[in-house]
Ligand binder design. Structure first.
Ligand SMILES: *[C@@H]1O[C@H](CO)[C@@H](O)[C@H](O)[C@H]1NC(C)=O
Ligand SMILES: *[C@@H]1O[C@H](CO)[C@@H](O)[C@H](O)[C@H]1NC(C)=O
Ligand SMILES: *[C@@H]1O[C@H](CO)[C@@H](O)[C@H](O)[C@H]1NC(C)=O
Ligand SMILES: *[C@@H]1O[C@H](CO)[C@@H](O)[C@H](O)[C@H]1NC(C)=O
Ligand SMILES: *[C@@H]1O[C@H](CO)[C@@H](O)[C@H](O)[C@H]1NC(C)=O
Ligand SMILES: *[C@@H]1O[C@H](CO)[C@@H](O)[C@H](O)[C@H]1NC(C)=O
Length: 409
């Protein structure tokens, strides 16, 4: 803790107050967020700068983005978080996991799942028999599948700290994604050429990998001045969005399905996950900033409002794998990604519907989804189910919502 002694006392007093008087808090504010941050950091592994084994590789990139967001609304934690980010930057690239990812698990044909050779979740035996043990990744830095999450994480870190190295890292990651741009089996449609594969093994073209690529391109367009040596970020972002819209992954009512059928290259009607309604919002806001064209914001509102109508019919956000199925180590982090990106949209074009949504969900998390150690579990509506304890995935995801509530308080 970098807090001065007096601040530390106030911090502890605030924590104590929360545990005794939570019922009287009408709204979520900094003390609750700080308590949740403290709980998340119990899962931070300072030997490799990741939140493992509580959660996995891409999820740790997403945790990094979450804490950068915490720092933007909490001055008292800013310095400490900058230190955590710097540690992750230097240590995480040395992690050499055995890992592989598949799409489709029991009862959830469109749920992605990353498996690790050396930590839970392990590959199911029948898969292991067929494909063998996952190989060590031998990453160079942050490059490997799911690198788009790291690109966005380093952009968030750059926004917070102004450290140019983080921005350069995001550019390097983007370059790797760009090297395979427009080369998938489904890369050509009536609206142009674009798209990247979800996996290094080239089995699936889906929404998430392509939204991450789009959002990274649009974000870099706003942060890196055009030059002979850099890819034309703005042009690529526009091209990728046109391709994405032409692919049909956005359905008639503005919900986004999981991906494309690899035989027909059409919308596969796959599960409408929260995070797929989310990452695109941040990208659309960035593209609107880069171009001055507000029609991207209009599109973003349609997607965000459709997401609320479809995935939070009772007012509290829920993924289709909840509550009976298990969302697994990956699906348990999705919801916060939608809320974080909705906040990005709300910041440029506020609407009461989002503000109410953030506050209602954050309040429900705090009242119904939290244990005595301020650990936040998967079901934002509650009740706490001992079969699904909190971990760094569920904690970071719920914290995205607390950050949004604090930001609009
Ligand atoms: C940190 O992660 C490594 C795996 O990379 C693991 O062996 C170690 O036990 C973890 N440490 C803690 C404190 O969980
Ligand atoms: C990737 O493709 C290779 C070669 O086709 C195959 O041997 C391997 O099992 C595949 N890996 C996964 C995770 O599907
Ligand atoms: C990583 O390196 C090890 C040892 O050199 C090798 O056995 C393994 O196949 C490599 N992994 C990949 C994904 O290339
Ligand atoms: C992609 O197309 C190539 C040939 O163009 C084919 O061999 C491969 O099976 C296709 N992959 C998928 C996932 O459909
Ligand atoms: C939008 O369409 C999807 C099917 O593609 C459906 O599951 C969802 O409920 C619809 N949303 C609304 C608000 O009607
Ligand atoms: C994290 O918690 C969720 C919800 O309980 C669970 O589905 C997931 O498997 C857990 N992840 C890990 C790595 O234990």
């Amino acid at each position: 803790m970098l807090l001065k002694p007096f601040a530390r006392l106030a911090f502890i007093a605030a924590l104590t107050e929360i545990s005794y008087c939570s019922a009287i808090f009408a709204d979520i504010s900094n003390p609750q967020l700080e308590a949740a941050y403290g709980a998340l950091q119990q899962w931070y592994n300072s030997s490799n700068g990741l939140w493992v084994p509580s959660t996995g590789w891409w999820n740790s990139a997403n945790c990094l983005t979450v804490i950068a967001g915490v720092a933007t609304v909490d001055d008292r934690l800013e310095q400490q978080i900058a230190g955590v980010i710097s540690k992750t930057y230097s240590k995480a690239p040395k992690w050499n996991a055995e890992m592989t990812k598949v799409v489709g698990v029991k009862d959830e044909p469109y749920l992605m799942q990353t498996y690790y050779g050396d930590q839970w979740p392990y590959l199911p035996p029948q898969y292991l028999k067929q494909h063998g043990k996952p190989l060590r990744q031998n990453f160079t830095g942050f490059l490997n599948s799911d690198e788009g999450w790291w690109a966005l994480g380093w952009i968030a870190a750059y926004d917070l700290t102004n450290n140019q190295e983080y921005l350069s890292q995001a550019q390097a990651i983007f370059k790797d994604m760009y090297s395979v741009f427009g080369k998938t089996n489904c890369s050509k449609n009536d609206d142009g050429i674009g798209g990247i594969w979800w996996d290094k093994n080239h089995t699936y073209v889906n929404a998430i990998a392509n939204e991450l690529f789009f959002s990274t391109a649009a974000s870099l367009a706003n942060r890196v001045p055009p030059s002979y040596w850099t890819p034309p970020y703005l042009g690529i972002a526009k091209q990728q969005l046109a391709w994405f819209q032409g692919s049909g992954m956005i359905g008639a009512n503005f919900t986004i399905n999981d991906g494309l059928d690899q035989q027909t290259c059409r919308n596969n009607g796959g599960t409408i996950w929260t995070y797929n309604q989310g990452v695109i919002l941040g990208g659309l806001v960035e593209l609107s900033k880069a171009t001055g064209d507000t029609s991207y914001i209009d599109t973003a509102h349609k997607i965000a409002e459709a997401a609320i109508a479809t995935l939070a019919p009772s007012g509290i956000l829920k993924d289709p794998c909840e509550p009976t199925g298990t969302c697994g180590a990956d699906g348990s982090q999705f919801k916060g990604i939608l809320v974080r990106n909705m906040l990005i949209l709300h910041k440029v074009n506020p609407k009461d519907v989002y503000r109410d949504f953030f506050r209602r969900n954050a309040k429900s998390i705090w009242e119904n989804d939290r244990n005595e150690w301020n650990q936040l579990s998967i079901s934002w509506a509650g009740p706490l189910d001992p079969a699904y304890p909190a971990n760094a995935s569920t904690q970071s995801s719920a914290m995205d919502c607390l950050v949004a509530a604090v930001a609009v308080a």
